[in-house]
Ligand binder design. Structure first.
Ligand code: UN1
Length: 497
């Protein structure tokens, strides 16, 4: 099965059969590949090659660079089914979500193609006669991409598509849990490069498979102009300062602890569906997963009854077979979830669900029923991001109190309110509302479109990826003052007589 998919995606068997690093599927824990983990000297050579590729690629006109991304988007359209299935095999999300992830890649390619003709700067009025001022944008250098297991392909594509049209080369270190999808994306990009022609340098995009040290090498190397990293806050806390110490740039997309405020006027049918999708989807392993429900005390009992009913109807099982919830990534994730639920019980919280499922069928697959945990206060447990389907429920009386709860966590990725009261809705997205990078009204916190800037504040890292004006992060800004007169006036009216 994997072999057929890999063959259609153009990955040679040598690349994923005989290496030293075993790749398992969370579906049943079986080994589905063995990839080669790069040595320090191999990584060094790859970084050097990325620099050479950058110097050639930056000379290719931006709209022509866009053509490569257009061809890559075509490959993704053709192979959406296979790549989506491979995502499912490797990280365990259900097939619909695997396909959704590939669609997100296609969408960002479309956006980047258009962007390739719009890398524009400003013209600025000069205070000096006979002078022009403007701002221009130039390619930056090799871009290092560190991605996480839970979205093995889309965040890479958000960065890669823009970085390529902006004239940069790519070095991709995927999660060691999901290297096969990275090899597949690379193979599809290489096909696009072959169709594109000679002006795409050979090492324009490279995958570097390895563990922690490999990431560190990318992070510490001054030739890597920008490091864009998706993952845990713990990881970002190391990456950010290390890149900054060498004056490199970083884009950090780290943990989330996303809340929904559920107001008395909310459409509860809609809200229940949104909660289910965003709390249970991807088995609670999205950085945008709904983790905290802040519900008005007057509707709390009804909402919990509805949720328990909805949760009881969730089908859990093999993600290739049309279930709603697949497995957690591994035993470590399962143990972390169980540890947190045990602590919650100790603290007197009411816990519903959260048990292991299908253990007899899949001894090495970690399936769980999603959990609802009723808490009285937002304590340390609630303030911590546990990467599993745990939904904490707490209540509020006044909107101000709910907004304060929304904001009173270390993370600041996504948030939302369900209300039909326009005053409440507008307050939530106002200057004194949610402090998150994403704040939605009558939509859950997950499932963002690529047109907006994606990312968040505080311990989420502050980076933004995908749409809006994010392309600027992959370029270097230059201010140009051009004197077309025969005089040499100084700014600020300074005269040396
Ligand atoms: C992530 O979980 O790392 O908004 C990214 C969403 C997706 C991206 C999630 N578009 O849920």
């Amino acid at each position: 099965m994997i072999d057929d998919i890999m063959q259609r995606l153009g990955v040679s068997p040598d690349a994923y059969r005989n290496g030293n690093l075993a790749v398992t599927t969370p579906i049943d824990g079986s080994v589905i590949g063995r990839v080669h983990s790069a040595s320090a000297s191999e990584v060094e050579a790859q970084i050097a090659a990325a620099e050479v590729a950058f110097l050639a690629w930056r000379e290719v006109p931006a709209p022509r660079r866009g053509e490569l991304v257009r061809l890559f988007g075509e490959q993704l359209r053709t192979h959406k089914q296979d790549l989506g299935a491979l995502v499912t095999w490797e990280c365990g999300k259900i097939l619909q979500e695997g396909l959704g992830e590939v669609q997100e890649m296609i969408d960002i390619c479309d956006l980047a193609v258009g962007q390739s003709r719009q890398l524009f700067g400003l013209t600025i009025a000069s205070e000096r006669p006979g002078h022009h001022m403007r701002e221009s944008w130039h390619p930056l250098g090799p871009v290092g991409l560190i991605t996480a297991f839970n979205f093995p392909v889309a965040p890479w594509a958000w960065n890669a598509a823009l970085a390529l049209v902006c004239g940069n080369s790519l070095l991709w270190k995927p999660s060691e849990k999901t290297p096969l999808t990275a090899l597949a994306c690379q193979a599809l990009l290489e096909r696009a490069m072959a169709a594109f022609g000679d002006d795409a340098p050979a090492q324009l995009s490279q995958v570097i498979i390895g563990e922690r040290e490999t990431g560190e090498q990318l992070v510490d190397d001054a030739r890597v102009a920008l490091v864009s990293a998706t993952g845990s806050t713990r990881m970002g806390r190391e990456v950010g300062p290390r890149v900054a110490a060498r004056f490199g740039r970083s884009i950090l997309e780290l943990g989330g602890n996303n809340a929904m405020i559920l107001a008395p006027s909310a459409d509860l049918d809609m809200a229940t569906r949104a909660i289910l999708f965003s709390a249970v989807g991807t088995a609670g392993q999205r950085c945008t997963t709904l983790r905290r429900l802040i519900v008005h005390e007057s509707i709390k009992a009804e909402v919990i009854t509805r949720l328990k009913k909805a949760y009881a109807g969730v089908s859990i099982g093999n993600p290739l077979e049309g279930q709603l919830v697949g497995p957690l990534i591994d035993q470590q994730a399962f143990d972390a979830m169980q540890g947190v639920l045990a602590k919650a019980r100790d603290q007197g919280a009411k816990v519903f669900g959260g048990e292991r499922q299908l253990a007899e069928q899949y001894a090495n697959g970690y399936y769980v029923s999603p959990a609802i945990v009723e808490v009285d206060a937002q304590d340390e447990l609630v303030r911590h991001e546990t990467f599993a389907p745990i939904l904490y429920v707490m209540s509020y009386r006044e909107l101000d109190e709910a907004i304060a709860l929304n904001n009173d966590v270390p993370q600041g990725l996504s948030s939302c309110i369900f209300t039909t009261d326009v005053r409440e809705a507008e307050s939530f997205v106002s200057d004194v509302g949610s402090d998150c990078g994403i704040a939605n009204v009558n939509i859950g916190p997950s499932g963002a479109e690529i047109g907006g800037a994606f990312g968040g504040e505080k311990e989420t890292g502050g980076g933004r990826e995908s749409g809006s004006d994010v392309w600027k992060s992959y370029m270097r800004r230059q201010t140009n003052t051009v004197n077309y007169s025969r005089e040499l006036p100084l700014a600020q009216g300074i005269k040396f007589d």
